[in-house]
Design a protein around this ligand. Sequence first.
Ligand code: C5P
Length: 240
Amino acid sequence: MPATAKRNPIIVALDVATADQAIKLAEQVAPAVGAFKIGSELFTSAGPEIVRRIRATGAAVFLDLKFHDIPNTVAKSVAAATRLDVQMLTIHTSGGAEMMKAAETAAQKTARQMAIEAPLVLGVTVLTSMDGSQMSELGLGSDVGKQVERLASLASQSGLRGLVCSPLEITALRQLLPASMQLVTPGIRASTDAAGDQKRTLSAPEAILAGANWLVVGRPIYASENPRAAAERIFQSLLA
Ligand code: C5P
């Protein structure tokens, strides 16, 4: 998945319960999107076989399992994900610098052994479900923005080449980080979409303009009456 400006930046979240539903959705929208995100619900119910099946359609896969463990375990998990030939995967930056370095090294080393391109190891900073008071409960201070920036800088220093961030964090992170850092942003909603449980949203063109490289879109596509048309509308909105 080359990180060029011209490719389709839409990643559809396959937030469905079964492999059959996921394959059906993927086949429907594949021509209109850049990649598919497989999260912990689908992976736990359908297993690694769902990754292989989606990859077999030729589509790129973002494996969003948010690894968070000791460096050795995360490195082995990242190596296993790389062997599944995913193009992006997530780890928690709060696992620390050593863990992040181990993850990036495992991705590079395994990809080299397989003669494939290394997946983009994306760091998750502060979950968007967390607010200042929940952070305080964890002893982390109450400034969410500051903590996001701190973890993002640490991720960059640790060699990660990408981060997941909320739409409203893009501008600050773009100022802070090297331009090559890939930013992947969920919370994408057009003004006509239902926000659902997303509280901080931007439209797709707004997020790209702010500096996002990839947009994760779930319900506005998969819950639409015509998922393919919904994906095409979002892509068209980026070309306007
Ligand atoms: O349906 P919706 O467009 O809100 O889906 C967004 C996807 O991005 C979901 O898979 C959700 O788990 C994921 N996500 C998110 N916010 C984050 C991280 C991931 O919405 N901070």
